[in-house]
Design a protein around this ligand. Structure first.
Ligand SMILES: [Zn+2]
Ligand SMILES: [Zn+2]
Length: 69
């Protein structure tokens, strides 16, 4: 399965962060599994630049470190 990292906080499908709005784990507001990035519900502010086509991660994330060798 592909995983995606949040461009705002770097969380991903196997390490959802805490969403204060719902009191539970975050979910995707927008996600692009082809690009392996998304915007999680804890980072609604990132949605604006996402809509403008910005897929840059704001935090350092090793996109290739999630697969067992
Ligand atoms: Zn996030
Ligand atoms: Zn998150």
């Amino acid at each position: 399965m592909q995983i995606a990292h949040c461009i705002g906080c770097g969380c991903h499908d196997y390490a959802a962060c805490h969403d204060e709005a719902t009191g539970g784990p975050c979910s995707w507001l927008a996600v692009d599994y082809a690009a392996r990035v998304g915007v999680c519900s804890a980072c609604p502010d990132e949605l604006e630049r996402w809509r403008q086509g910005d897929r840059e991660l704001a935090v350092p994330v090793d996109l290739h470190g999630d697969h067992p060798r």
